[in-house]
Design a protein around this ligand. Structure first.
Ligand SMILES: Cc1cc2nc3c(=O)[nH]c(=O)nc-3n(C[C@H](O)[C@H](O)[C@H](O)COP(=O)(O)OP(=O)(O)OC[C@H]3O[C@@H](n4cnc5c(N)ncnc54)[C@H](O)[C@@H]3O)c2cc1C
Length: 387
């Protein structure tokens, strides 16, 4: 079988690696950019040697052991707990919100009173939402929900999605989480890490297989795809069909980096600014891998804007009625091409967390292998046994 993988992001890399090592098939990977990595492209800053994530920040968090084991084959994974802050009325506050956040915002007596009410109502260490807190008859808790709604959820949503205030769900429907505990880690999964030498290195190592041929600077539209038996397409599905049903909507991110002395940078992985400034957050890349003694941090100001074809990158899919309807038309059309699999965040017009995406890519190749009907060993189905 001759396989073509379009796109050298994480999805394309997993698929190519599995086809090459598990199935022993030949794979050509094409990538339109001059580098690997897709949205996970990262590089070492020339002045500071800090590892910079070019498009946001990228942290692996998962409870799926086979995904964890799989990625660990290719690079050293460095345990990492992501602890971002959001600026609320000028103060750095732990997000997602938790009991600790209360003490970062309010005077101690107030925080203590909110804390006791929340624990007696919801118990300790549970996940609830702003809407749950708002449903209370207790005036203090209602105030608390509205405070978070006005100072965090509402301005953040306006900035991130570029929507008007009247189109934002009311406080009573806000599903933003609140944890009735003191764990300030953003993710709660069992495995949390970043690749020591970066995601680009991880992807490069995945593609180092004798059965894989990699072609950078190569766009799908410029090649003859007829000579391949199977195609895995991780580019945008609307582009593949030449936008015949219209363009899918995305929000894009524009990051401006700067090197500053450690004392002049906020000491947080990421600092969200829902209310003030034009940027939505500032990421401090030094603290993700902490891989050098340099006295400077590389910080990235993250600006969010609408995606415009040819001008910026597709980052967050916008799931409104128009876009969903357009996507459905492309999806139906794609069913007419059984030898082409549309996969990954752009192929499926979906925001995937990394672990779900890796699992799906592993499964896509595993499903090509004939599986015994009685085989109930999940790891065997995934084609990961004895490796
Ligand atoms: C900004 C951002 C940050 C994220 N951070 C996290 C995180 O911290 N933790 C987490 O769990 N998940 C995160 N995710 C989820 C993320 O979507 C996945 O983890 C994953 O990296 C997406 O990989 P992909 O290969 O599907 O897409 P991409 O990385 O976008 O790869 C697609 C590749 O295809 C190439 N391509 C497109 N069209 C063509 C064409 N016509 N010809 C040739 N090549 C083409 C592109 O250049 C690109 O390299 C993040 C997502 C985004 C958008």
């Amino acid at each position: 079988m001759k396989n073509l993988v379009v796109g050298a992001g994480l999805t394309g890399a997993v698929i190519a690696e599995r086809l090459a090592s598990k199935l022993g098939e030949s794979v050509t990977v094409i990538e339109k950019e001059s580098h690997l990595g897709g949205i996970y492209y990262d590089y070492f800053d020339g002045e500071t040697s800090n590892l910079v994530h070019a498009n946001h920040y990228n942290v692996l968090h998962t409870n799926i052991k086979y995904v964890w084991d799989y990625l660990n084959q290719f690079v050293e994974m460095k345990p990492f707990y992501f602890r971002p802050k959001a600026e609320i009325q000028g103060r750095p506050v732990s997000i997602p919100l938790c009991l600790t956040s209360l003490y970062e915002i309010f005077p101690n007596d107030f925080a203590k009173s909110f804390e006791s009410k929340l624990i007696s109502k919801y118990g300790y260490n549970n996940r609830i939402t702003i809407s749950d807190i708002h449903k209370n008859y207790d005036e203090d808790l209602k105030f608390l929900a509205e405070y978070f709604y006005e100072n965090l959820f509402k301005p953040y949503t306006i900035k991130r999605w570029g929507v008007k205030e009247e189109n934002i769900p009311p406080c009573s429907e806000t599903l933003y989480p609140f944890f009735t505990g003191i764990d300030t880690r953003y993710y709660k999964d069992k495995y949390q890490a970043v690749p020591e030498d970066g995601w680009t290195k991880l992807i490069e190592n995945m593609l180092k297989h004798k059965n894989i041929k990699l072609k950078l600077n190569t766009n799908f539209s410029d090649i003859n795809a007829d000579k391949y038996d199977r195609i895995f397409y991780t580019g945008s599905i609307d582009e593949f069909f030449d936008y015949k049903y219209g363009e899918l909507q995305y929000r894009s991110v524009n990051i401006r980096t700067k090197n500053v002395l450690i004392d002049n940078a906020k000491p947080y992985h990421s600092y969200n600014t829902p209310v003030n400034f034009d940027f939505i957050r500032v990421n401090n890349y030094k603290y993700f891998t902490d891989n050098n003694e340099n006295e400077k941090c590389t910080i990235g100001y993250e600006f969010i804007e609408d995606f415009k074809l040819g001008q910026n990158e597709r980052i967050y899919p916008v799931h409104n009625n128009i876009s969903n309807e357009i996507y459905n038309k492309y999806y139906q059309e794609s069913l007419k091409y059984p030898n082409i699999k549309f996969i990954g965040r752009l192929g499926k017009f979906e925001y995937y967390e990394t672990d779900m995406l890796v699992a799906e890519a592993i499964n896509a190749v595993a499903s090509l292998v004939v599986i015994s009907e009685n085989d109930d060993n999940n790891e065997n189905r995934l084609g990961l046994e004895n490796e």
